[in-house]
Structures are given as structure tokens and as C-alpha cells.
Design a protein around this ligand. Structure first.
Ligand code: HDE
Length: 678
């Protein structure tokens, strides 16, 4: 896509800061042309380097200072630009200008992330994912700093440092990286039981997404919408991906981390470069102020979700990500999100997690981005003008002219001046508060298990099995028996069957009595009920020399169905069909792996080398073990038959032509076939 597209105010603003070095003479940062960049200035060819070599000093000093601290959480992330378009006016509930007019577009920047790992960690960690969106609105930046899980581990922000210390690699040996499968995390869980609900989610398939393009986003905290008349609603924010919500399986996730630790960013980057722009609908759940106490959970408690069956998600618009960044450091790394960046019509609730978040983000950015002027970085600048009396500090870019930098004043006619609400001035919602100052948790926050059980009840049998396996893996990695036992006792309060099955895998028994009684479920929570489509799915097409002449037409039909067939063979270059047609090879068995694809299409049983059959069989076996659709035609059927997979769910042989393509596309849309006999 043309980076210089007009009509997107953020993109036009960024254009002012883009620098293209290509074709230019090399200079120092002072603009001095450089005559030599490979040799430092020396006293004689074999002599010592001289202090006066300002070019060497400048180049090395800059390099020495190239790194900034990574984010204390959400360090590993990837971002893209896009736009948000309104479907339906939200004026009944909020006066936020960017949500008023159907068809109105607002530029956005979205950063996805894992939470626990360092900047260079594998992207398929079992973890929550960040999903942070900056809307560059005409009233200032609005940040929706969301996750792909709708609840959180803790109820009060003061516990966040404890949670993160427990989750991060253990301090005495810095192990394990980007993983919750260790003693301190589970010790925290067992001793801070408000985490029960979120842990159910992080042990579920939600924590190993197939793609950033296939994840839901949730604002987690309860916010407020306020309309023009001053009426307030409590609101929870949602993103719903138009490709549906899908995950990989745990064995696959671990292997992807080795084969391609950049799997998620590569997927996002390539989809955008291919024009397959990721899309997410934006929705809100609303509760009128007067209904605050109508529910059997506290709507300010961030460990609780609002069941969508009870409080439906109202879809207001759609976000499309359509442009990759030019420079990952300048944009993705330097972007600074803050849940406190709001616009008129959006306000906060008293959710104690949110209240603490409102402090933490700017604070952490002050150290990460080196001072108070990070709002001036191109990626963080609002697209509307900004004026105040804040001055100076590291890296200041604006040259504020004039001598007045205080309010009130007469020398500048008392400007810049605050403006009234009617003129767009932000006013805080005048919530009435009559309370005692206390350090306490509300009684209404004390039920930690009912919704954890709701989540469990809502899972399909397959999803339940994955959760049992996830707990068994994670606790199996804990060294301390007491930690394992405490966690078992805790999750027996969610569901005894769950805890007993995990206990069995660990060679332990649940000792206490389960008090779990909730029998409710929420179908919206199961990923089996999501959107299923084949679009943008990657197919590994295993092809050897002498392939059948119908193959190119089948591949064209698969592409027309929106999938991405890629040729895998035993050598690079191209493979020749029986009629002499050449197909360029995208990958060999050495560079590709079944875990990097959604489906396998076996079009040949042999290749140039004897290794073809062995390598192809391994490829198919692994895809089968991960429940992926497998299609086979021509001699490829034989390979699948040799493995005794013919006739199994999601294994398509014995079909040809258009019939094969249609069935295969349907199978790919189904994502996985959980009901395989072996
Ligand atoms: Fe964050 N969180 N968080 N968080 N969070 C940060 O800010 C924090 C929470 C989320 O791509 C930090 O700039 C506290 C919930 C995302 O740049 C930090 C608490 C949700 C990102 C911070 C929470 C989030 C962050 C670290 C509990 C989902 C990455 C770097 C009270 C709604 C944004 C930074 C990006 C980042 C604090 C809990 C989402 C330390 C204190 C709940 C997506 O300020």
C-alpha cells in the first residue's frame, strides 16, 4: 500500500517525519559529508585510533545508546496502522465525537503483545495477549488498552507488582522465559485466589492464539460512557475479529516457538502486505447507572465478565488494519499507550484495577522513553493541535515561542485558556461519593469462583481436555509438591472433575471438599461457536517431480477460495509436472514445517530424492496429530493411505476436481478436527 495515502490524518502527519536515506550522500548528524566510513582515524596505518576522530566517536556513541529499557510487561509486541469506521451512531450513550456519525473514519495504531516474555521471546507463549489501540481523534488521542482475555488476575492495582514478580522468570536463575509454568507463579495463584477466573482463561486455548488476526479484544475494566445530556452508562469494550477466534494446540505452539519465534508478527505483517487486511468489529456492553447493583457480581470487579447472553454486545463500528509500520523502533517500540487518554464522553469507573492503571502507564513511560516529552514522538502526537504551559525536559522538540508559560496571565491574554464543556473542554463525570477512607476490599468482590466455574461449564469437551492438559503441564513443571497440592485444592472449588483429572496426571489426589455449585454456562465463551471461514489460511502443498496436469487448476481454485497454497518440495527452484508445467517451490522440507501451516495438501507421493516420502510422511503425521485438515489427490492419496489416515475426520481423499476443492475449503474453514480416532 502507498505509504503516502492522503485522507488519513495520522499518516499525513507521519509523512513529515519520514526520512528516506536511499540515494543520499552519507553525513554525520551535524550534516557534514563523510568521506570514509570503514576505517577509523589512526596515527599511522598500524597505529592507535585518535581521539579527534569525531566521526568514529559519533557513530559509536549513537550505537552504544541504541537500546531503551523494554516494557516491564508486554515487552514483545508488534503493531500496525489502520482506521476505524463507525457503523452506527453511539450518540445515545456517549458524546465522543469519533463515535457519532456512521461512515466517519478515525486513524488508529494497534500494538499486539505477549505479557510475560522479554522483547526477543517466542510469540507462542502460553500467555494473555495485549491488544492496545490508539485512536487519533479530532478531540485528542483515545487509547483502548485491551487484552485478549476479558478478566484479570487481581482486583486491586496495588497487587500488580506482586503478580508480575511471580510471573516473570524466577530471580535467582532467570528461568523460565515467557512461561507461567513455574513455582512462583502458581504459588501466587494459590495464595491469591481472586486469580481463579483469569487462570481458567490462561489455561484455555485463548492463551495460544493462531494469529493476532484471530483474537478477541476486551477492555477488561469497566469504563463510563457519558452522553450530551450528561447521562452515564457503565461500559465494557470489545473487539470481535471477522476471521473468528482461533487457537493452535499446545504441542504446536511449543514447536512454532522453535521453528519461527516470529510467527505472529510474520502472520500480521504478511497479511497486511498481501492486502488481507485484518478486521475487528468494535462493540460495547452497556449498563445504565441505575442498574449498577442488579447483577449477582459487582460490575466494578475486573475478575468478572458481563455474560454476553445477559448484556448483549452492541456493535458500533469496525477497525481495519491496512498499513505496516515503516520502522519498528520508531513506531511500535516508542508508542506509549495509557488507559487515561480519553476524550469527552468516555470516563472512568471506580474499578480499583483501573484506578491504579491510570497512574502506572505514564510513570513507566517516563523511564522507558527517557523523560516527559514522549508525547512529541511522531507516533504519539495527536492529530489535533495541543497547547499548554508544560515546558522543557529531555528531548524537547517543540519550540514554544513567547515568554509566557504560566496560567493565569495577562501578557498573553490569559491563553492558552481552558474552555467550557460546550466548547469541547473535558469535564469529569460528577459522581457523588460519600465514603470513609479505607484500605479494604468490598464484600461484593469476594466471590472468586462462580465465574471461573461459568467459564469451565461453557467449554466444549475438547476445550476442557485442553485446560486439563494445560494445568497438568504447568503444575508438572512446578518443583514444589506443596504448590501443586494447593493449586489442586483451589481449582477443586472451580470444578471437582477438573481438579481430579489434573490430580490424576500429577499422581496426587484432591484432599478437600469442592463447594462448586454453579451450573450456568455462557455459549459466547466457547471458541467452537466462533466464525469459521477458510480465508487467509495457509496450505502446505507437498509436490514432487512429475505432478499431475490438473494440479495448477486445483491450486488456482484454492486461491480463489481465499486460501494461500504454498509449494513445499524436496529441493528449491521449481518442480516439473508430467506435462512439463513448472511450479515454483516456496519451501523445502528443511525450511518449512507442518506447524507453520493450517492444512496440508498432498499432491504427490514421491519427489526427486528418496527423502521425499519420508519427509512428506512426517509432515502429514504431524499435521494429523494437530488435528489439521489434510487433502490428498493423485499419487498423494497413497502416502496418506500408507499412514492409515484415509477415512478419518478431516482427511479428504477419493474426491477430485471441484468437489475436492469445495470439501477441502470447508474442512479448512472448520479449523481443526478434534474427533479423530487415533
Ligand atoms: Fe497493563 N501495563 N497494567 N494491563 N498493559 C502496561 O505500560 C498495568 C492491565 C496492557 O502495547 C505497562 O507502557 C497495571 C490490564 C497492555 O504498549 C504498565 C495493571 C490490561 C499493555 C502496565 C495492568 C492491560 C500494557 C507496561 C493492573 C487489559 C501494552 C508498559 C492494575 C485491559 C501496551 C507500558 C503496549 C502495558 C500497568 C493491568 C493491558 C506497567 C498496573 C487489566 C495491552 O504501565
Amino acid at each position: 500500500m502507498d505509504k503516502k495515502v492522503a485522507g488519513n490524518s495520522k499518516n499525513e502527519q507521519l509523512e513529515e517525519f519520514r526520512v528516506d536515506d536511499q540515494g543520499q550522500a552519507m553525513t554525520t548528524n551535524q550534516g557534514l559529508k563523510v568521506s570514509e566510513d570503514e576505517f577509523s582515524l589512526k596515527a599511522g596505518e598500524r597505529g592507535p585510533t585518535l581521539m579527534e576522530d569525531f566521526h568514529f566517536r559519533e557513530k559509536m556513541t549513537h550505537f552504544d545508546h541504541e537500546r531503551i529499557p523494554e516494557r516491564v510487561v508486554h515487552a514483545r509486541g508488534y503493531a500496525a496502522h489502520g482506521e476505524f469506521e463507525v457503523y452506527e451512531s453511539a450518540s445515545e450513550f456517549t458524546k465522543a465525537k469519533f463515535l457519532q456519525t456512521p461512515g466517519k473514519k478515525t486513524p488508529v495504531f494497534v500494538r499486539f503483545s505477549t505479557v510475560a516474555g522479554s522483547r526477543g521471546s517466542g510469540e507462542l507463549a502460553r500467555d494473555a495477549r495485549g491488544f492496545a489501540t490508539k485512536f487519533y481523534t479530532e478531540e485528542g488521542n483515545y487509547d483502548l488498552v485491551a487484552n485478549n482475555i476479558p478478566v484479570f488476575f487481581i482486583q486491586d492495582a496495588i497487587k500488580f507488582p506482586d503478580l508480575v514478580h511471580a510471573l516473570k522468570p524466577e530471580p535467582h536463575n532467570e528461568i523460565p522465559q515467557a512461561a507461567s509454568a513455574h513455582d512462583t507463579f502458581w504459588d501466587f495463584v494459590a495464595n491469591n485466589q481472586e486469580s481463579a477466573h483469569m487462570v481458567m482463561w490462561t489455561m484455555s486455548d485463548r492463551a495460544i492464539p493462531r494469529s493476532f488476526r484471530m483474537m478477541e479484544g476486551f477492555g477488561v475494566n469497566t469504563f463510563r460512557f457519558v452522553n450530551d445530556a450528561g447521562k452515564s452508562h457503565f461500559v465494557k469494550f470489545h473487539w470481535k475479529p471477522l476471521l473468528g477466534t482461533h487457537s493452535v494446540v499446545w504441542d504446536e505452539a511449543q514447536k512454532i516457538n522453535g521453528k519461527d519465534p516470529d510467527f505472529h508478527r510474520r502472520d500480521l505483517y504478511e497479511a497486511i502486505e498481501n492486502g488481507d487486511y485484518p478486521e475487528y468489529e468494535f462493540g460495547v456492553q452497556l449498563i445504565a447507572e441505575e442498574d449498577e447493583f442488579k447483577y449477582d457480581f459487582d460490575i466494578l470487579d475486573p475478575t468478572k465478565l458481563w455474560p454476553e447472553e445477559e448484556i448483549p454486545v452492541k456493535i458500533l463500528g469496525k477497525m481495519t488494519l491496512n498499513r505496516n509500520v515503516d520502522n519498528v523502533f520508531a513506531e511500535t517500540e516508542q508508542v506509549a499507550f495509557h488507559p487515561g487518554s480519553v476524550v469527552p464522553g468516555i470516563d472512568f469507573s471506580n474499578d480499583p484495577l483501573l484506578q491504579g492503571r491510570l497512574f502506572s502507564y505514564t510513570d513507566t513511560q517516563l523511564i522507558r522513553l527517557g523523560g516527559p516529552n514522549f508525547h512529541e514522538l511522531p507516533i504519539n502526537r495527536p492529530v489535533c493541535p495541543f497547547h499548554n504551559n508544560q515546558r522543557d525536559g529531555y528531548g524537547r522538540q517543540s519550540i514554544n515561542v513567547g515568554r509566557v508559560s504560566y496560567h493565569k496571565n495577562s501578557l498573553a491574554n490569559n491563553t492558552p485558556t481552558p474552555v467550557s464543556e460546550a466548547e469541547g473542554g473535558y469535564t469529569h463525570y460528577e459522581e457523588k461519593i460519600d465514603a470513609r477512607k479505607v484500605r479494604a476490599r468490598s464484600e461484593s468482590f469476594k466471590d472468586h469462583f462462580t465465574q471461573a466455574t461459568l467459564f469451565w461449564n461453557s467449554m466444549s469437551d475438547t476445550e476442557k481436555e485442553h485446560i486439563i492438559n494445560a494445568f497438568s503441564f504447568e503444575l508438572g513443571k512446578c518443583k514444589e509438591l506443596t504448590v501443586r497440592q494447593q493449586v489442586l485444592e483451589m481449582f477443586a472449588q472451580v470444578d471437582l472433575d477438573l481438579a481430579s483429572k489434573v490430580a490424576e496426571n500429577l499422581g496426587l489426589v484432591v484432599q478437600g471438599v469442592s463447594t462448586a455449585t454453579n451450573t450456568k454456562s455462557s455459549p459466547a465463551l466457547s471458541q467452537l461457536n466462533t466464525i469459521m471461514k477458510p480465508q487467509t489460511r495457509k496450505i502446505a502443498v507437498l509436490v514432487g517431480e512429475g505432478f499431475e496436469e490438473d494440479l495448477p487448476a486445483i491450486l488456482a481454485d484454492l486461491k480463489a477460495g481465499g486460501t494461500m497454497p504454498e509449494i513445499v518440495s524436496d529441493h528449491h527452484g521449481s518442480v516439473a509436472g508430467a506435462d512439463g508445467t513448472l511450479l515454483p517451490v516456496d519451501h523445502t522440507f528443511l525450511t518449512a514445517d507442518s506447524v507453520l501451516f493450517d492444512a496440508v495438501y498432498v499432491a504427490s507421493s514421491h519427489g526427486k530424492t528418496a527423502m521425499f516420502e519420508k519427509e512428506a510422511s512426517y509432515f502429514i503425521k504431524e499435521a494429523y496429530a494437530h488435528f489439521k485438515p489434510i487433502g490428498a489427490t493423485f499419487s498423494g492419496e497413497q502416502l496418506v493411505d500408507n499412514l492409515h489416515f484415509t477415512g478419518q475426520a478431516g482427511v479428504l481423499t477419493k474426491e477430485t476436481g471441484k468437489g475436492f476443492v469445495d470439501s477441502f475449503l470447508n474442512a479448512i474453514a472448520a479449523h481443526r478436527f478434534w474427533n479423530r480416532a487415533v
